[in-house]
Design a protein around this ligand. Structure first.
Ligand SMILES: [Zn+2]
Length: 407
């Protein structure tokens, strides 16, 4: 029986539907069988709670399915490494590290972020639920506990290693099913003068750029500073600073402290909160037209593709990121329009894009098509640079956002 969702943050049942992306498979369900089109599908709906204004997806694919065996490795992307170096340098510059201090990375994947901290002589610890990710982290010299971070694992770590001076979580704190257990764990393990450094995709930018592909089952929550602040406050913590970074199409790097610490919010935090008020983030106003704009993006992607097909052009999906699964499934793309997807991540080669018969081939061993549909548009600059030769020979790209266009 279908269970009506309740708010992940405040348990209210006053949730309003913002956007319905239909039934979709878990977007990272890349399996090496031709029956991939038969993978289970779940409702993919964006909802907002009218009690606490937390934006979220309704359906929960269990975390044991999504985050134990998966093929996402942070270190495969150059621009992510560069981004992490910048955040690490910022943390090093702002923190007076003392002997015994350490940096804890929640969901630190293959250790890419902590590799930017360790050379400064600072102790580090990664905790990641992914088996492969934990193994790669260890191999890279970054100690990793292969477990989910929550109140229980935090208590264990605290007993063994003491409080963490910095708790870092990049693209993980909006994936958490056990939301309050995770934030309670952060509260408990963070040193008195410690900082939580949280990186998350910023909801107002998703809305502004029509990037509905950021909505997938792994992304359970979509924060504004207001909703994140409220979540922190319920665990006796507060925001102290924030900055925007271009990574993942527009992310917030938010700094939080214990509520008791006498530290004033930075000017840029105050400014961004005021800007959010102006946008109407605690009002349905911010969602006005979003479903219409998303539907228009789909119609335009299909129009461009069908026009290219009519001209006899071949089209491949470039990259097979999880967000690409949202675009492909929502637009109903399959092998009649897209020849294949190409990837450099070996773990995905030989699989199928979830919910379709589109096969994933190795990019280096596949002849280039006439046109690439750029699914990993958040790495556009890196990709265009890498494929400059393809463009010089007349190759084109479909860029899906903010309005689909050919370049
Ligand atoms: Zn709520």
């Amino acid at each position: 029986m279908y269970k009506m969702p309740i708010c992940r943050n405040c348990a209210s049942d006053d949730l309003e539907l913002v956007l319905d992306l239909g039934l979709q498979p878990w977007g990272n369900h890349f399996v090496p069988v031709a029956q991939a089109a038969d993978t289970p599908k779940y409702p993919l709906q964006l909802l907002v709670c009218k009690e606490c204004w937390m934006t979220q997806v309704g359906h929960t694919v269990p975390k044991e399915i999504m985050f134990v065996e998966h093929g996402y490795l942070t270190g495969t992307t150059r621009s992510i490494k560069a981004h992490f170096k910048q955040v690490a340098d910022e943390i090093i510059a702002q923190t007076q590290f003392q002997p015994g201090d350490y940096v804890l990375d929640i969901g630190g994947n293959d250790g890419t972020f902590l590799q930017q901290i360790k050379p400064h002589g600072i102790d580090v610890l990664n905790i990641d639920s992914g088996k492969l990710q934990a193994q790669r982290s260890q191999e890279a010299g970054i100690p990793c506990l292969n477990a989910f971070f929550d109140e229980q694992s935090a208590a264990k770590l605290l007993a063994q290693k003491g409080p963490a001076r910095i708790v870092h979580g990049a693209n993980v704190l909006f994936h958490v099913e056990a939301l309050h257990s995770v934030f309670s764990g952060i509260k408990n393990i963070m040193a008195t003068d410690g900082r939580l450094v949280a990186e998350f995709v910023y909801l107002p930018i998703i809305l502004q750029n029509n990037t509905f592909d950021q909505i997938y089952h792994e992304h359970l929550l979509y924060y504004t500073l207001h909703s994140f602040q409220r979540l922190l406050a319920s665990h006796d913590m507060k925001l102290v600073d924030v900055r925007m970074a271009p990574v993942h199409g527009g992310s917030c790097i938010a700094y939080a402290a214990h509520a008791q610490e006498a530290v004033e919010p930075s000017q840029r935090l105050t400014d961004m909160l005021a800007e959010e008020k102006h946008m109407g983030v605690e009002d349905m106003a911010i969602y006005t037209d979003f479903p219409q704009r998303v539907a228009a993006v789909r119609a335009e992607i299909l129009r461009i593709i069908d026009e290219l097909k009519a001209e006899g052009k071949s089209i491949q999906a470039l990259g097979a990121p999880v967000k690409g699964s949202t675009i492909i499934n929502y637009c109903g793309l399959d092998v009649d329009r897209i020849d294949c997807a190409v990837e450099v991540n070996e773990l995905k080669v030989g699989t199928y894009v979830p919910g379709t018969k589109i096969q994933v081939h190795h990019q280096d061993h596949t002849p280039a098509p006439d046109v690439y549909l750029m699914l990993a548009w958040n790495f556009k600059d890196e990709i265009l640079q890498k494929l400059s030769g393809f463009r010089e020979q007349g190759g084109q790209f479909i860029i899906p956002f903010p309005t689909p266009h050919l370049i």
